[in-house]
Design a protein around this ligand. Structure first.
Ligand SMILES: [Zn+2]
Length: 410
């Protein structure tokens, strides 16, 4: 840890996260358990909102599950055996064994299984942004990239075999739209079984061969930039793992889409098909951000803290030149606030230069300055962190500029 600190460069997300007051750690709470500040929480919510906006277009529904479960759920899913070292276990006062959830899929199967489903109701698409907990060794923890509490924007699609390709492509579209907004280019790893050790996985060779074949076909048909990743599969099935690269050439592992023919088998999940017969279904697991912690770390480093307007915890700062401009400035502040802009009012008894410097240090995308000239013209002077002086404009012009930039995620 000591070494780590010495070598940390100024663009490390841990350094910027502290400077911009996005998250913190407490010795009392423990390492690997980030605490999100009011500003950091805005970042989390904006990312989640964006994913949800994209998912909504494809008819996902939100669900909610408890964070613990009886041991029996994981015995049935296979996690109690295969995932046991990373499970946080809890014993109730009556001596019953529970575990903190390390993933959401087993719980979600029980929502699907609550009633029979006709083929007409398929697919069922559940989404939930929620924390999972994994017992990592403390030596491996640091910043947001390895944590014990991980927020997944998780989704499970329950579908028929003949719907796999369509559903994969829809999720792939969501992944593309999400990462394009940040200017990343994507390539895809086909994360398959370790050919030398099949004991790590659930299910038969036939099921795996079929699932892996399906994924390779989808990636080929899509004309994607893909490569093989033997040994990188999930416990229950093969995955498409997405790598995002920025213009500076840095690359991070981000989203994942996973095909699972094993959990439906274990939990006996089916639908009733056109012939009135019980038909085994499949599950598709996906997370667009990967995890919100990881995604936040990636974006903090990618932007070096200079978030685009829509993602910035504080979007605009209102700066009166002197105290006699406070009243007019406050009116501008109110208009922005009422219109949903995250705005800060700087009425500190400091000179203009200090206030502007402070806005720049906090990497706020815009600030407006209001002095004698502005009051007289009934306008504000807009300055941008990235583009410098933008001149005078009316309150309406400012608002419409900001709202359109936020909407378009510029
Ligand atoms: Zn899952």
């Amino acid at each position: 840890m000591e070494n780590d600190k010495k070598e940390m460069d100024k663009n490390d997300h841990r350094v910027i996260g502290k400077e911009l007051d996005l998250f913190t750690f407490s010795d009392l709470v423990g390492p690997g358990l980030p605490l999100w500040t009011p500003k950091g929480n805005i970042l989390r919510e904006e990312l989640d909102k964006f994913v949800w906006q994209l998912r909504s277009k494809h008819d996902y529904s939100r669900v909610t599950i408890p964070h613990i479960t009886k041991k029996e759920l994981y015995e049935k899913s296979g996690h109690w055996d295969k995932f046991s070292e990373e499970l946080f276990r809890i014993t109730s006062r009556e001596g019953k064994e529970f575990a903190l959830k390390p993933m959401n899929c087993p719980h979600h199967t029980q929502i699907f299984a609550r009633k029979p489903h006709s083929y007409r109701e398929m697919p069922q698409r559940y989404a939930e942004t929620t924390m999972v907990y994994r017992d990592e060794q403390s030596g491996e923890l640091g910043g947001l990239t390895r944590v014990l509490s991980i927020t997944q924007d998780d989704s499970h699609v329950f579908c028929r075999t003949n719907q796999i390709k369509d559903e994969f492509l829809k999720i792939w579209d969501i992944v593309d739209s999400f990462y394009k907004a940040f200017g990343f280019t994507l390539r895809v790893r086909l994360s398959f079984r370790d050919p030398k050790d099949s004991s790590k996985y659930l299910g038969t060779k036939e099921i795996w061969d079929m699932a892996e074949g399906e994924l390779r076909q989808i990636a080929t048909d899509r004309g994607a930039d893909f490569f093989d990743g033997p040994g990188e599969a999930a416990l229950y099935g093969p995955k498409l793992d997405f790598m995002a690269k920025n213009s500076a050439g840095r690359e991070w592992q981000v989203a994942t889409i996973q095909l699972d023919m094993n959990l439906p088998e274990r939990f006996d999940l089916s639908c009733v098909n056109e012939k009135g017969e019980k038909e085994r279904i499949v599950m598709i697991h996906s997370a667009i951000t990967g995890s919100i912690e990881r995604c936040a770390a990636v974006l903090i480093e990618h932007y070096e803290g200079n978030f685009p307007l829509w993602l910035s915890p504080i979007q605009v700062k209102v700066i009166p030149v002197r105290t006699q401009h406070n009243e007019v400035s406050k009116r501008h502040f109110d208009i922005l606030k009422e219109n949903g802009i995250r705005v800060e009012f700087d009425d500190a008894d400091e000179n203009l230069g200090t206030k502007v410097r402070e806005a720049k240090t906090n990497k706020i995308p815009y600030w407006i300055v209001i002095g004698d000239k502005e009051v007289e013209a009934n306008k504000v002077t807009l300055e941008s962190r990235d583009a410098g002086q933008l001149g005078q404009m009316s309150a309406e012009e400012l608002l419409s500029k900001l709202l359109s930039e936020i909407k378009n995620k510029n």
